[in-house]
Ligand binder design. Structure first.
Ligand SMILES: [Zn+2]
Length: 524
């Protein structure tokens, strides 16, 4: 009998690590970071020690104690002896060089779904979209070069006296990725397999079309709407019937129709079980979609004609970036990208040229040249390959009304270079603060905006300010409709703080609810 074991996303949002076992097949749906557990012990500065490999995340329970699942070059000899007493400990035995699990099916490239791939045995195949892979690679390249960002290629470590350091002579190890839309073309492959400007080589691995089966089980995927491009939901045909997995979904973005088509396709399979997200179960009458953000932003920009506009939206929210690009076009401004955004858009273009035009081909887009004493290799490369205008702080100070500057909390410290921008507007297009740390960040942001002399619009805690944000998640009514359409025999509520919410909602529908417990297999 197949079993589903949730090692994350149980009673909380994110950290999805869901193991499906059927016969000798083992497949994970996602392998993301549990930000809730991480935040209990760590913050931006206090991090797990890379020098101790798997020890810190294992003993603190940030990754499940499944021996055989992780990179061998991060294992201290004694670490598994120490974990053996843990109630979740299991040894995932395998013979014949087969990895401990047959594949990781990634739904999308948010870190709460793909971040802990960094720790996994680098021979485990990763299934995802080319778009999702491009985003993960861009995050790895442009992020801090830490162990926690090795989702696409691993930097081998060597142990000496119980401490891991980088094995300098060894090449990076590319992980085997299988792309749902098919194989890479030559240009994409060149980018994917390249080691950038690093002198280390790249040890290559599979970068092929996903063959449609994993360990003898048929796997299907459908594009869905979420706040990041390249998101999919899955279904795996187990020996007990189809098992569906939503990943994160919504219906009110520009690709909402895809999520509806996903529901119809799942329904046609008459699934045995469905793993369904439940991030926002309350109904939200004030909710808006991406198109409405555009409708709200354009008149604001017109009102602030001649003045600078700063647009603050989530990293990798390419759809929102597109909204601001459309707004720039409509108001004859130029959207100035941060180098990180430019690198990401270029990566998307190289991996998926048909979906993502070259970022520097439009007439309303420029690159903001933030001053750096020591730019990293990817920053030099991004500037050198950029064909649209490169705009300095001085240019913005001269003609602030010609620009929308893309920005985030992490880019605020470039703003003291701008002069004469007071009277402009700061458009906050992000979600509300969910925890104390985010509340403190929002406080810091307000202080910056005030110091710059800008008006803040979209402050989620200011009732008089209209929102400029569209959630990445469906609301409860929509999810209920989704589950009623799919009509699984068993519903496993994940990625929610309220798994019990479903109970009376599905009463009498014939859908049985099985609430997951961490590490406890659910037979299906
Ligand atoms: Zn999520």
């Amino acid at each position: 009998m197949p079993t589903i074991t949730c090692y994350g996303a149980v009673g909380k949002i994110g950290g999805n690590k869901i193991l499906l076992e059927d016969g000798d097949a083992r497949i994970f749906f996602d392998f993301g970071i549990d930000f809730d557990a991480c935040g209990r012990y760590y913050n931006e500065l206090l991090r797990p020690r890379p020098g101790r490999g798997l020890l810190d995340p294992l003993v603190l329970g940030l990754i499940p104690p499944l021996q055989g699942l992780y990179r061998k070059d991060l294992e201290l000899p004694a670490v598994w002896a120490r974990m053996r007493g843990n109630p979740l400990y299991r040894k995932l035995n395998r013979t014949g060089g087969r990895p401990a699990v047959d594949a990781i099916l990634l739904s999308h490239a948010h870190l709460d779904h793909n971040g802990d791939v960094s720790y996994l045995d680098e021979t485990i195949p990763i299934v995802c979209t080319r778009t999702g892979a491009a985003i993960a690679r861009a995050m790895q390249v442009t992020g801090q070069p830490t162990l926690e960002r090795e989702m696409v290629y691993a930097s081998p470590r060597a142990e000496k006296g119980g401490i891991f350091g980088s094995a300098r002579s060894e090449s990076y190890q590319l992980r085997p990725y299988l792309f749902l839309e098919g194989a890479l073309n030559a240009e994409a492959r060149g980018y994917w397999e390249g080691a950038g400007s690093s002198r280390k080589g790249m040890q290559l691995a599979a970068a092929d079309a996903f063959p449609g089966q994993i360990a003898g089980l048929t796997v299907r995927a459908w594009p869905v709407d979420h706040s990041i491009p390249g998101a999919v939901g899955y279904a795996v045909e187990s020996s007990a019937g189809w098992v569906g997995y939503t990943g994160d979904i919504r219906f009110h973005g520009r690709r909402g129709g895809q999520t509806r088509a996903f529901a119809e396709a799942l329904a046609a399979l008459h699934p045995r079980a469905l793993l369904c997200e439940g991030t926002h179960l309350e109904s939200d009458p004030g909710r808006i979609g991406e198109e409405e953000i555009l409708e709200r932003v354009v008149p604001i920009l017109e009102r602030y004609a001649g003045k600078l506009a700063i647009a603050d939206f989530g990293p990798r929210n390419v759809e929102r970036l597109q909204v601001f690009l459309d707004a720039a076009r409509a108001t004859n401004r130029m959207l100035l990208l941060q180098p990180k955004d430019a690198y990401l858009l270029r990566a998307l273009h190289r991996m998926e040229p048909e979906l993502f035009p070259s970022p520097d081909s439009g007439s309303n887009v420029g690159l903001f040249d933030d001053p750096k004493s020591k730019p990293r290799a990817w920053e030099v490369e991004t500037r050198a390959g950029w064909h649209a205008p490169i705009v300095h702080a001085g240019n913005v100070s001269e003609k602030p009304g010609e620009f929308i500057l893309a920005d985030s909390l992490w880019d605020l410290n470039d703003l003291p270079d701008l002069e004469g921008i007071s009277g402009g507007v700061y458009l906050f297009s992000n979600s509300r603060a969910y925890d104390d740390e985010q509340k403190a960040d929002l406080g810091r942001l307000r202080a910056w905006v005030q110091w710059l002399g800008l008006d803040l619009i979209g402050d989620p805690e200011d009732k008089s300010s209209r929102t400029l944000h569209a959630s990445g998640h469906a609301c409860g009514d929509e999810l209920l409709e989704f589950v009623r359409t799919v009509k699984p025999e068993i519903l496993i509520p994940i990625h929610t703080e309220h798994p019990e919410w479903w109970e009376d909602k599905l009463m009498g529908t014939g859908v049985e609810i099985r609430k997951p417990e961490v590490g406890k297999g659910i037979p299906v």
